[in-house]
Design a protein around this ligand. Structure first.
Ligand code: DX5
Ligand code: ZN
Length: 222
């Protein structure tokens, strides 16, 4: 099993963005997690295309773009053009989710769906074979540095059951309140991609924290 560490640049120092991107390039991290917030779907605004283009210019690892926006179809081709490798939309923001997933793929990206803490994984059963990734939100989306919601473990297990015999290569990503204290338990429950913002950038040595997260998850054999 290959475990993926995806530092969230939402917690980076925007005044030193290039420095922090370089840190991720040189670390054992696998992806850049890019949180886009519109102030409508979530009560916060993060950044848009110009910042993403700046990240793309320096990043030497894939961009894992998490869209916390309403009407994502309007912008998916532009996010793909701006350098997204994976685009994840929220289940709660998509009236025609199947159509949105096809649009992501037609734009040349891998397709993911994010679930808010209150949204059960069973709602994905009719699109599960169309997905490359499911992002289980382990906090309510909108902000970094929040407290991990424990019910996430149950959701990971439910998702593991749902993909059985249907899409076992699906990536199960967890986002929110993830760090050294719970990465190994989450991996044991079945998660294989870990987003971490605060747990990486608020530490003295982010490169070392990434290496430790990688070590912890790799120590799990399932
Ligand atoms: C929250 C975002 C997360 C956030 C995670 O809405 O989707 O990606 O950056 O931050 P931490 O790891 O600090 O909870
Ligand atoms: Zn995110």
């Amino acid at each position: 099993m290959k475990y993926i560490i995806a530092p969230s640049i939402l917690s980076s120092d925007f005044g030193n963005l290039q420095r922090d991107i370089e840190m991720i390039n040189q670390s054992e991290a696998d992806w850049f997690h890019v949180d886009v917030m519109d102030g409508v779907f979530v009560p916060n605004i993060s950044f848009g295309f110009p910042v993403m283009a700046a990240v793309k210019k320096h990043a030497r690892k894939p961009l894992d773009v998490h869209l916390m926006i309403v009407e994502p179809d309007k912008f998916i081709p532009e996010f793909a053009k701006a350098g997204a490798d994976r685009i994840t939309v929220h289940y709660e923001a998509c009236t025609h989710l199947h159509r949105t997933l096809q649009l992501i793929k037609a734009s040349g990206c891998k397709a993911g769906v994010a679930l808010n803490p209150h949204t059960p994984v069973t709602l994905l059963q009719d699109v599960i074979e169309d997905l490359d990734l499911v992002l289980i939100m382990s906090v309510n989306p909108g902000f970094g540095g929040q407290q991990f919601i424990h019910n996430t473990y149950k959701k990971i297990k439910d998702l593991k059951n749902l993909i059985q015999g249907k899409n076992e290569d699906l990536i199960i990503e967890v986002d929110g309140g993830v760090g050294l204290q719970n990465a190994a338990t989450l991996a044991a429950a079945g998660a294989n991609a870990f987003v971490a913002g605060n747990a990486i950038f608020a530490t003295e040595n982010p490169t070392e924290t990434i290496a430790k997260m990688k070590q912890l998850t790799n120590s799990i054999s399932i």
